[in-house]
Design a protein around this ligand. Structure first.
Ligand SMILES: Nc1ncnc2c1ncn2[C@@H]1O[C@H](COP(=O)(O)OP(=O)(O)OP(=O)(O)O)[C@@H](O)[C@H]1O
Length: 564
């Protein structure tokens, strides 16, 4: 085959040759072989077809051309073969991909880890990840189920497909292939991708597998609620599952719990009613009032009662701006609880429109050390309002917002349609103190009631050791167990506790903290209460003096400026 150099030389020679000096080849092309060198030779072809014929006559160029055509044909054949292979493959296999960010990945992993074929697998990954579950759903065979065991705890072991090999198993008489790969995601983060291939032409088998995986996960999750938060890429990420909190463990003034539960249940069942009237199918609740009064607790408890997941929207998250907030809210699933805690804290100034343009430099100014620090959030009030009820706002969601500064909120934020129900949470009433006490000491089960025997008295060696230098720690240990009270006894003591605790002076959280120190000494909790109250009051005066603010009278200390 001619070299490119030779080829170029031939072409150049042909093109630059004078008629009289035409090379023999050229002349042969024109069919004229000059007999006489003095006579003018054949002329260089002038029209296109002659030029092409002329170029083709150059042997090297012809070889190159054939090579290009051959390469093109081979590549086309390769692509066609691959295309047909994919077509045939796809008509026999159904392929589904699951990305680590998505909840379906967790369902599949939990389901896979519960499959029996892992008993025979030769190459598996062992993990203690629980994919957001608190339960024992994904333990390995033979592992003790006692989740209270210190060794076992919540960290059960489970088998997973390893990333290095391809696994296959039979599902409903269909051959299934599992491949797990790790790829590089955003910011160099490593992300898992799970691929499931099913040898079947019927798509229903994939649906059945997905439904089974989801059911397995949900069954394992039944006694807990899922909490989601947004990550820095503005995707919702499942961060935890919490055990459901029984509603009766939260003590509120009579009527409040029923109001919230009944209203939310009614809302969830009223979709046709809303659409028939063209009203956006959304509901907002604003819980405001004293810190530690149960606002967050009742929301989590309601989520368990209604079977909804909680999506926490942290308005003060660094980097969150109006557009990102809008995306987050439109990405919420239908029927969920969106939770915005301390809605006032997203803005380092009063949450109203007049002050929306206030310059950040004015906030948290060094000359004014008591002013709040400038927020890193870039949320504006109008951005928040648009996100809450703009076109992208998700239908079917229940929004819960909490605040300790009700009066600082802009009326536009609180108006019906955005926050339909406002509930005030006050400091503990005598009734709440009594019910909290009852909740604390009420026997859990019959075995508790029977468990009335005193602990055996200490052995002589233990007594000896108790005379030595005391171990240094503060707080009350729960190691020792004393007799449990009978329900009737609890009622009497609870009433006494309610009498001792002053009305609306302490938060439920502080009462809970106090009772925790008397977990096994119910009678002493009542006896020590007056001293504790005095101590708390003295502490409050001292703190108020240090902060140079007037002491709030007990009856006004609700943390709320005025009624809605
Ligand atoms: N009404 C209540 N009944 C039972 N426990 C309560 C109640 N209020 C508060 N607690 C207990 O106090 C702790 C704090 O409660 P929670 O976080 O719900 O208060 P909050 O009102 O949301 O406080 P903050 O406004 O500071 O966020 C929890 O452990 C909870 O169990």
């Amino acid at each position: 085959m001619a070299s490119p150099f030779l080829l170029v030389q031939q072409v150049v020679t042909a093109l630059t040759a004078k008629p009289g000096n035409a090379c023999p080849d050229t002349r042969a092309v024109n069919g004229t072989i000059s007999q006489d060198q003095t006579q003018p030779g054949p002329s260089f072809p002038a029209d296109i077809s002659s030029i092409i014929a002329f170029l083709l006559s150059l042997s090297a160029l012809g070889d190159w051309f054939k090579l290009i055509v051959l390469g093109g044909v081979l590549e086309t054949c390769r692509r066609l073969a691959f295309h047909f292979y994919r077509k045939i493959y796809n008509s026999f296999f159904i392929t589904a991909t699951f990305e680590e960010d998505d909840s379906s990945y967790d369902w599949m992993m939990v389901w896979l880890s519960s499959q029996p074929f892992w008993k025979q697998a030769r190459d598996v990954q062992i993990t203690t990840r629980n994919f957001g579950l608190n339960s024992n759903a994904i333990m390995i065979e033979g592992e003790p189920e006692d989740s209270s065991s210190v060794v076992n705890g919540n960290r059960q072991l489970s088998y997973l497909p390893s990333t290095s090999s391809v696994h296959s198993f039979w599902y409903k008489r269909r051959w299934v292939r599992v491949t797990r790969t790790v790829r590089e995601g955003y910011y160099g983060r490593r992300e898992d991708v799970l691929e499931i291939c099913i040898l079947s032409m019927d798509h229903r088998i994939l649906n059945e597998l997905l439904i089974e995986a989801k059911k397995t996960y949900k069954a394992a999750e039944e006694r807990s609620i899922s909490i989601y938060v947004s990550d820095t890429n503005n995707n919702w990420r499942h961060i935890a599952s919490r055990p459901k909190r029984p509603l009766n463990s939260i003590v509120l003034d009579p009527g409040i719990k029923d109001l919230l539960v009944d209203d939310a249940k009614d809302f969830l069942e009223s979709k046709p009613w809303y659409s028939a009237r063209g009203i956006p199918f959304r509901r907002g609740y604003l819980l405001y009032g004293a810190p530690g009064s149960g606002k967050t607790s009742i929301i989590h408890s309601l989520a368990g009662e209604l079977g909804l997941d909680v999506y926490v929207i942290s308005l003060s998250r660094a980097g969150l701006d109006d557009a990102a907030l809008n995306d987050l809210i439109s990405d919420l699933p239908e029927k969920c609880i969106a939770l915005m805690e301390d809605i006032d804290a997203a803005f380092s100034h009063t949450v109203n429109r007049e002050q929306d343009n206030e310059t950040p430099s004015k906030l948290g100014h060094p000359d004014n050390p008591r002013s709040p620090p400038a927020s890193t959030s870039r949320i504006t009030l109008s951005g928040l309002l648009n996100a809450l009820d703009g076109v992208g706002a998700q239908e079917g969601r229940i929004l819960f917002a909490t605040t300790n500064k009700y009066n600082a909120l802009d009326p536009a934020l609180c108006r019906p349609g955005r926050m339909d129900i406002h509930v005030e949470f006050k400091l503990a009433s005598k009734y709440q103190a009594r019910e909290l006490y009852r909740c604390f000491y009420f026997p859990d089960s019959e075995s508790d009631e029977e468990d009335s025997a005193e602990k055996p008295s200490k052995s002589p060696s233990e007594k000896d050791s108790s005379n030595s230098e005391p171990t240094s720690f503060s707080g009350h240990s729960h190691q020792s167990r004393k007799r449990k009270l009978r329900p009737a006894e609890v009622d009497v003591l609870a009433a006494q506790f309610g009498d001792v605790i002053p009305e609306r002076e302490f938060s439920m959280a502080s009462l809970q903290g106090y009772l925790m120190t008397f977990k096994i000494r119910p009678e002493e909790a009542i006896k020590d209460a007056p001293a504790w109250i005095e101590k708390e009051r003295a502490e409050r005066v001292k703190n108020a003096k240090a902060a140079d603010v007037p002491v709030v009278p007990a009856s006004d200390a609700t943390g709320v400026d005025e009624e809605p």
